[in-house]
Structure formats: structure tokens, C-alpha cells
Design a protein around this ligand. Structure first.
Ligand code: IVH
Length: 700
């Protein structure tokens, strides 16, 4: 809030009447907000973060409160959204779809609660319904005689768009309600949103196919619903969750509380949020907010705050509405995950395989509790897609543990001297030529092991947890060792001496000895870990495991032809070529030889018999959720699938053939749906087992 003035270089000038200043400022704010509304609601291309938008809106509200004579009906404070798109039929809401006022901190929330008590003339604790504020798009569903007859967006709150055909494609929206006491006519309101896993999978695919990437799950939901072709919507992993009702016919016998009504709605087959709770009093509500805030990043969908509603309908009625929002509800927002800052420059980082990644150097900005000064720009294609230049104002997004991303550019704020971002033609570390292979998004340093950056990264990878797991040998220490020319390649690690290590800056003899011990312990490894540690391009943990299981011996892998390699699950032509290339490079052969000489060992054994004849040979499966009916643990289920020849992996990808989804399946299920992977519920899974003579209940 405090920096809001910085946003506007031009303060109103020239008049000595404060109200004229206020009038000009109000007009400027309205123009700017209208512009953002259009971008946000109509084009689904917001140009500023929500937090920034909220600040503008609140400044306007404050100014209008001080100068009520300046309020006009067309002010953005007096209505909810923007005009509907022209292509969809219009729907006039029988009861307007309102918005919510915001609270940004505990004081503002306490003030809201105080206002409730004042208006209700009570000092008693008030019953409050607490709900996550889903970050999607508000939608109204009309059910007539239990049948979904119309779905509409909120639009400007009075008039929305008819998106029935699209909403019918959302799997968790019932086309027909079930259960008892369904009113003849009832409108259910709620949010349509794209769960995080579906969003990530969608964007991953879009980026690979050079298609439009969505900046955030909210835009993805909005963009998916505003498709004229419902087939497009149907392919998007959307969900609906109800949070209130609208118009309802007289025959309805509804509960007397908000939460009670939602429980009724739930019995008719409509999803309501499982995090919902009813609490009494301010402190309990604040506790709910704090707890949900901690849980926020582990939820399967994005939320941007908590909505608090007075639970008793009679009290809601007593409290009533103001222009755009009810007095009985508030959206208490979490710290924003998107903020605006300046792109000061771009560094080019060299990775293990020579890939050069542009990294944004940012004017430090606070995003969701962390100061962000760097963000990945992925590659030059991404830079072109964003159209970003040095000097630009950019929107940074940090959701959960994900690395901060640059999601878009505020083009309106581009300075005249903004500079293009250019990929250097020589490596910034070793000065070797940079090459870009046609059809690949990445540019690479051709220096190979000449390049100290590549050497450092290769050694870091070798020592990392999933590779040889050399405890205490962190990134900083490896940088030091390479810079001091004590090591050049991974095999040198095993010849380090106590003197060399303890001679390093800030290295006590005890720590040096610990590292030598850790190196000693790491000599005993597995073939899979060793393969992964070598850092062959595109050979991750899963592929390394598969290679080890398939061949059993390192020499066999080293000698395998591409045709043989392709037989291994997960290995395609490109990976096979990378593996082949790696083992034809003389330097790599020397390093492997040296590692063996240095005492690195692993067990080698004949691979398990060819499973080619088993019923599920060649199939890759993933198991998620809880198998309630059979009581099988996921490990048991895995064993059974493996008995049938399937490969069972931990994460869903385009190569997954089917997902076994038990109860409470979460992000894996959403991702599978997003990728169009077959999903077996527990009954289907048990049927599949039974088909092949396995009935777990009988103890097999
Ligand atoms: S209640 C009159 N409950 O937030 C009350 N809204 O700024 C109307 N939203 O348009 C809304 N989760 O799109 C309500 N649990 C929730 C919500 C929620 C998300 C959205 C909704 C609404 C906007 C209000």
C-alpha cells in the first residue's frame, strides 16, 4: 500500500483546490481500472498482478468515500465486471451475482467483524462459515426439475454469457441432480477452476507444442470456458465447486444457515469444498485463516484467500448489501503470489549439458513472503513468446515451491531505452562457441569439459542425493574445488586428500574428514545410481532404473546398440542416441575406468527373466489414492501389477498407459485426466486383476 504513489510518475498538478486534484486522480484511476478490467475480464490477459489491481481499486474507493459527490454510476466501484463477449448469448441474472469486499490483513478483518457486531447490535460471538477462496471463474448453474438447463458466467454481475455447452463438459458438474427434496428450480453458484496439476500438465504440453501458455490457473479456467467450441473446453481439466445458491422456487425447503444449504446441495451430487468449516467468533475465524494459509500450497488447486460469511441467513438478511457486495461476507486475502517489478538484466547460466539458460535479474520484490531477485526465463523461445526486453516491468509469479516465473510484460510501462535480450554467441564462462540446433529450444555451449561451468555442474550432479549421494559435498564446495583446480572430473573426487580439503577456506579438519568418509561410503553404490550419476542427457532416475533392470551389467549397456536400447521401457530413439553417444566418447570411457579403479562398485546380476509374455508387458502404470475396498496397500498393488508384467512408476506422464486411482486421489488423477491417460477406479483395477486370475481378497 505504501508504494502506491510510486506507480504514477505524474501527480496531478496545477490546481490549488484539493478536490480538483482528487477529481483528476479519480478519473485517472477509473480509466486505468477500466483498461485493466477489459484486459482481465474480456481478453483474459491481465496486464498487472491482482494485488496491484486491488491497490488501485482501493485507492479509488477511498477517494470516492472522501468525495461522495464525485461517485458516478459508471465508476468501476459501482459494478462488478466487464461487458460479456459478443459471441455468446446473454443471460440476465435474476438475482445479481455480486462481488466481495476484501480484507488485506488481520486489522481489516477484525474491523469487518466489528462492523457485523455493531450492525447486529450485539457483543455475542457470531457464527461464521469459512471457505477457501478459489481462484477461478464464478459460474451460475440453473437446474430445472433437477436437470441442468443453463450455465452462465457472472459477466458484469447483471448480465453474463450463456456457456451451457461448455459447462456440460466439466466432469464434476452433474447434468441431473440426484437425491431428495430437489426444488423445481434452483440456481447453484460456484467457481470453475483448473487444478494445479492439470494446469501444469496443460502448460507443459502447450510449451512443447509452441502453443499458447496460460499465465495462471485462473486465466486457464476463464480461457477454457470462453471457447466457442465445447470440444476444446472438454479437453481442459476443469472442476466446479459450489459456494452459494441464487434463485430458488417456492417449493424448496432450505436450511436456515449457509453451511446447511451447502450440505443440502452436496446431497444432490454437487461438489462443495471439503475445507469448509463453521466457527464462532473472531479468533476462531482468524485461526482458520492462518491454518488454511499454511495448507495453501499443498492443496490441489489454487486459492487466493478465505471467504468468511455470516452463517445464519436471518442475520445475512438483517445485514443486507451495499452497492457491489454483501455486508455479511468478506474475502480475506492471502499474500499475493504475483507482483510487479523491473527486469534489470539477464544472466546466462551454463548447465551440466552445456544448455544455456537465460535468468532474469530483477529489482528485488516481495512475493508471497519471499524476496525474489531472480527468475528463470527458460530459453530464447520463451523470451520471444513473452516479448520481454531489459528495462521492462514484468509480472513475477511464485506459487508454492515452484521457482519464480516471469509470466508477462506490462507493455504500457516499457521505457524508451528498453533493450532486446540477445543470446551470446560465445559461452559466458569458457568463451567456446554457442550452438543452437534447429528444432531445439535450447542453445548450448560447445566447450564440453573445457567449460568449467559444465564440469562443475557435472560434478554436482554426480554427488547429488539421487546419484552417489555424497553427504557434505555441496555446490559451494564443488565450486571451490574446481576453482582451486583440485578436481577436474568426477573421478578426481576419490583422490582428494585430507590436506587438500582442510587447506580450503572455511574448512575445519573434522569436516574435511567427514567428506572423505562420505566419499568412501559412496563408493558402494548401485548400477542404477551410477548410471544416473554419469549425467547422460535425458537419462533421469526412472530411465537409469529401467536400464539397470533390463541389462543388469554396465558393460552390456555400454555395448548396446540403439536398437537394443530402444527395447528398454521409457527409452525412445532420442534417448538411445544420447546413451550411445555418451559411451562412444573416449573421455567418458576413461572417467568410468578411473571410477572403477578408484573403487566405485555396485552389484551386477542377470536381469529378471524376459517378461514379454505376461499380460501387461510393455504397459506402464501409476497407482494413486487409497484402495479402500480391497484394503491393498499401494506396494501390494504394485507387486500384483508387476506380476502381470506391468512397469509401475511414481509419476504420471504422457507415457503412462493407465492410472489406478483409489479414494482421495489428488494431483496425479488430475494430471492423468489432463493428459488423457486411462483411469481405472478400484473396481476396474480389481476386475483387471481378476481377469488374469488374481483375486487379492482370497490372499493371492
Ligand atoms: S461468495 C455474494 N465464496 O470470488 C457472494 N465467492 O470476489 C458472492 N469466489 O465472484 C461470492 N471462492 O468468483 C464466494 N467460497 C467463495 C468463493 C468465491 C471464490 C470468487 C467468486 C466471486 C469472487 C468475489
Amino acid at each position: 500500500m505504501s508504494d502506491q504513489k510510486d506507480l504514477f510518475a505524474e501527480e496531478p498538478q496545477g490546481s490549488s483546490f484539493p478536490s480538483a486534484d482528487a477529481e483528476r486522480r479519480i478519473q485517472a484511476l477509473r480509466d486505468e481500472i477500466n483498461q485493466h478490467n477489459y484486459r482481465y475480464y474480456t481478453l483474459d490477459e491481465p496486464s498487472i498482478p491482482d494485488a496491484e489491481y486491488d491497490r488501485l481499486m482501493r485507492e479509488l474507493q477511498a477517494l470516492e468515500n472522501e468525495n461522495p459527490q464525485l461517485i458516478t454510476p459508471e465508476s468501476p466501484t459501482q459494478r462488478v465486471g466487464a461487458q460479456p463477449l459478443k459471441e455468446f448469448a446473454e443471460v440476465v441474472h435474476e438475482i445479481p451475482m455480486l462481488s466481495l469486499d476484501n480484507a488485506m490483513n488481520a486489522e481489516e478483518f477484525a474491523a469487518f467483524y466489528q462492523r457485523l457486531q455493531d450492525r447486529l447490535k450485539t457483543t455475542d460471538d457470531i457464527e461464521i462459515a469459512c471457505e477457501p477462496k478459489l481462484d477461478g471463474l464464478a459460474v451460475s448453474l440453473l437446474y430445472e426439475n433437477g436437470i441442468l438447463t443453463r450455465a452462465a458466467t457472472r459477466g458484469d454481475g447483471q448480465t453474463g454469457e450463456d456457456i451451457t455447452q461448455n459447462v456440460r463438459t466439466i466432469n464434476n458438474v452433474p447434468l441431473k441432480l440426484y437425491g431428495d427434496d430437489i426444488p423445481a428450480r434452483i440456481e447453484i453458484r460456484g467457481e470453475v477452476y483448473m487444478p494445479k496439476a492439470g494446469f501444469d500438465a496443460y502448460n507443459e504440453k502447450a510449451r512443447a507444442n509452441d502453443e499458447k501458455v496460460f499465465a495462471n490457473p485462473r486465466n486457464a479456467a476463464a480461457g477454457s470456458l470462453r471457447q466457442l467450441d465445447p470440444k476444446v473446453t472438454a479437453r481442459r481439466p476443469l472442476e466446479f465447486c459450489a459456494y452459494s445458491i441464487g434463485v430458488v422456487s417456492d417449493d424448496a425447503s432450505l436450511a436456515e444457515t449457509h453451511s446447511g444449504i451447502l450440505e443440502q446441495v452436496k446431497t444432490w451430487g454437487i461438489k462443495i469444498n471439503p475445507e469448509m468449516a463453521v466457527v464462532t467468533g473472531l479468533q476462531a475465524a482468524q485461526d482458520f485463516f492462518d491454518q488454511l494459509g499454511e495448507k495453501r500450497h499443498s492443496l490441489a488447486y489454487e486459492i487466493d484467500g478465505t471467504v468468511f460469511k455470516v452463517n445464519r441467513l436471518a442475520l445475512q438478511q438483517e445485514l443486507g448489501f451495499v452497492a457491489r457486495a454483501p455486508r455479511w461476507a468478506i474475502a480475506y486475502k492471502f499474500p499475493a503470489v504475483e507482483e510487479m517489478t523491473e527486469l534489470l538484466g539477464v544472466d546466462f547460466q551454463v548447465g551440466r549439458t552445456g544448455a544455456i539458460t537465460p535468468v532474469a535479474r530483477l529489482k528485488p520484490v516481495h512475493v508471497a513472503g519471499v524476496t525474489v531477485s531472480n527468475a528463470t526465463l527458460h530459453n530464447m523461445d520463451e523470451i520471444a513468446r513473452l516479448g520481454v526486453k531489459i528495462g521492462d516491468t514484468v509480472i513475477i509469479r511464485r506459487a508454492g515451491d515452484v521457482i519464480p516465473q516471469v509470466v508477462s510484460v506490462v507493455v504500457e510501462k516499457r521505457p524508451a531505452d528498453a533493450q532486446d535480450i540477445v543470446m551470446p554467441d560465445h559461452c559466458p564462462v569458457c568463451d567456446s562457441q554457442v550452438e543452437k540446433v534447429d528444432g531445439e529450444a535450447v542453445a548450448r555451449c560447445t566447450g564440453g569439459l573445457v567449460c568449467s561451468a559444465q564440469r562443475k555442474e557435472a560434478i554436482k550432479h554426480f554427488a547429488s542425493r539421487k546419484a552417489l549421494d555424497i553427504e557434505g559435498l555441496g555446490d559451494k564446495l564443488i565450486d571451490q574445488l574446481v576453482d582451486a583446480e583440485l578436481i577436474d572430473s568426477v573421478d578426481d573426487l576419490f583422490h582428494l586428500t585430507l590436506e587438500q580439503l582442510s587447506g580450503l577456506e572455511r574448512m575445519a579438519e573434522k569436516s574435511a574428514q567427514n567428506i572423505l568418509d562420505a566419499l568412501d561410503a559412496a563408493r558402494n553404490t548401485t548400477l542404477a545410481r551410477f548410471l544416473y550419476a554419469l549425467g547422460i542427457r535425458e537419462v533421469g532416475v526412472v530411465t537409469a532404473n529401467n536400464l539397470a533392470a533390463y541389462f543388469g551389467f554396465l558393460n552390456r549397456i555400454m555395448q548396446a546398440t540403439e536398437e537394443e536400447l530402444i527395447q528398454v521401457p521409457d527409452v525412445g530413439a532420442i534417448v538411445a542416441a544420447h546413451i550411445r553417444n555418451f559411451f562412444t566418447e573416449p573421455h567418458n570411457l576413461t572417467v568410468i575406468d578411473q571410477l572403477r579403479k578408484a573403487g566405485v562398485v555396485w552389484e551386477e546380476k542377470e536381469p529378471q527373466q524376459d517378461t514379454g509374455d505376461l499380460p501387461l508387458s510393455g504397459k506402464t502404470a501409476v497407482i494413486t489414492g487409497t484402495l479402500v475396498d480391497s484394503g491393498l496397500s499401494r506396494d501390494d498393488a504394485k507387486d500384483l501389477l508387476q506380476q502381470l508384467g506391468a512397469k509401475v512408476t511414481g509419476s504420471v506422464s504422457a507415457k503412462t498407459d493407465f492410472l489406478v486411482a483409489g479414494e482421495k486421489a489428488g494431483s496425479k488423477l488430475t494430471k492423468a485426466q489432463g493428459l488423457g491417460v486411462d483411469v481405472l477406479d478400484e473396481a476396474a483395477f480389481l476386475a483387471l486383476l481378476a481377469e488374469h486370475g488374481i483375486t487379492p481378497a482370497s490372499g493371492e
